[in-house]
Design a protein around this ligand. Structure first.
Ligand SMILES: Nc1ncnc2c1ncn2[C@@H]1O[C@H](COP(=O)(O)OP(=O)(O)O)[C@@H](O)[C@H]1O
Ligand SMILES: O=C(OP(=O)(O)O)[C@H](O)COP(=O)(O)O
Length: 394
């Protein structure tokens, strides 16, 4: 379905291949806490090595804002990659310049070099054409396998593709294939679950999902704006004041389109945002003034679980509550368990939902866990991703 060239459409033997990967992994005190994104890039790297390419890997890590930040170097990632792939990985301390060019000139077929964090250069996020040329000079071919960063038009994700032949890697292909298939010809009932705290980021996706789904489940921090739109008092819960009208219009639009919009009917409320807070379960229309909703309640969770079990395709983005704290984890856990138990096809849209299914030990029961949070959301919104648009057409 992808109308872009992939690695199979070109000859890479003996070629220098610049591979943009998304090694933006969570780190704590210099250690990688989740290596999913490294593992996900391995099929592409292995293939290129087997084909006798010279593999030059590039990635960002965190948001260093154009400066060298010691804690955002890719050194630990290089070490872990070498272990996972069972081959030496030469990690460089720069991503452009003479030393990098010299190191690349010495590469043998099948060698792997990992460049330093490309965001140490301010030009990267500005999509600076000069930086893009400096990247392009290192290689004969460009492979974009960084699905998680495909919604960014940066020098190493977009600009470089203007200079050398540019194709998609296997992870990019797989993500687009799975998400594209799910969205273009969805099995029904098709259910989307949207939660989390980034109300502003997710309002857009809710609007476009109303055009596609049979059931739309809302939970997490953003559900309180909807409860407010229904005229309920929400106490101290998270509220996006200037989105109340929009939420009202979505409730109306769902009715017109025949979409079943599921909003919380009860909530776990707390007297403060803390793991030690006092809690109680209340009906959604009875949140006390000084309390805040930090999880969906048990009646809501059971109802959401039923919808999930009866769906053929379920896409989940964003937790149902503050699942990092045990007292507010039940809603997210119930949804995760229902996702694990359903016979429907389950897709997790990156970020915190992926962390949640890991935490509750059901990650291996999901059909697809996307490596991109923002990228999968933009894809669901029907937006074209610049990192993909820039690749050569078939
Ligand atoms: N009711 C709530 N009030 C405040 N924060 C919440 C609530 N429910 C969930 N959250 C928080 O939302 C965060 C995830 O939101 P977001 O970044 O939008 O999700 P994702 O990373 O899956 O896209 C989690 O850290 C969680 O603690
Ligand atoms: O982690 C990422 O995004 P995600 O958290 O939305 O999945 C990507 O690596 C993109 O990173 P960015 O949002 O700093 O551009």
């Amino acid at each position: 379905m992808l109308n872009k060239k992939t690695m199979k459409d070109i000859d890479v033997k003996g070629k220098r291949v610049f591979v943009r990967v998304d090694f933006n992994v969570p780190m704590e005190d210099g250690s990688i806490t989740d290596e999913t994104r490294i593992r996900a890039a391995i099929p592409t790297i292995k293939y290129l090595v087997e084909q006798g390419a010279k593999v030059i890997l590039a990635s960002h890590l965190g948001r260093p804002k154009g400066e060298v930040k010691e804690d955002m170097r890719l050194t630990a990632v290089g070490v872990r990659l070498a272990e996972l792939i069972g081959k030496p990985v030469t990690k460089l301390d720069e991503s452009i310049g003479e030393a990098v060019e010299a190191a690349v000139a010495k590469m043998q077929d099948g060698d792997i070099v990992l460049l330093e964090n490309v965001r140490f250069h301010a030009g990267e996020e500005k999509n600076d054409p000069t930086l893009a040329e400096q990247f392009a000079r290192l290689a004969d071919v460009y492979v974009n396998d960084a699905f998680g960063a495909a919604h960014r038009a940066h020098s190493s994700t977009e600009g470089i593709a203007k200079h050398i032949p540019a194709v998609a890697g296997f992870l990019m292909e797989k993500e687009l294939d799975v998400l594209g298939k799910a969205l273009s010809d969805p099995e029904r009932p098709f259910t989307a679950i949207i939660g989390g705290a980034k109300v502003k980021d997710k309002i857009g996706v809710i609007e476009s999902l109303l055009e596609k789904v049979d059931h739309l489940i809302i939970g997490g921090g953003l559900s309180y704006t909807f409860l407010k739109a229904q005229g309920y008092d929400i106490g101290q819960s998270l509220l996006e004041e200037d989105k109340i009208e929009l939420a009202k219009s979505f409730i109306q639009k769902a009715k017109e389109k025949g979409v079943q919009l599921h909003l919380p009917i009860d909530a776990v409320v707390a007297n403060e945002f803390s793991k030690d807070a006092e809690t109680q379960v209340v009906d959604a229309e009875a949140i006390p003034a000084d309390w805040m909703g930090l999880d969906i309640g048990p009646k809501t969770a059971a109802k959401y679980g039923e919808v999930i079990k009866n769906s053929k395709l379920i896409i989940w983005n964003g937790p149902m509550g503050v699942f990092e704290m045990d007292k507010f984890a039940n809603g997210t856990k119930t949804v995760a368990d229902a996702m694990a138990a359903t016979a429907g096809y389950t897709v997790i849209g990156g970020g915190d939902s992926a962390a949640a299914v890991e935490k509750f030990g059901v990650a291996d029961k999901m059909d697809h866990i996307s490596t991109g949070g923002g990228a999968s959301l933009e894809l669901m919104e029907g937006k074209e991703l610049p990192g993909i648009l820039a690749l050569n057409d078939k």
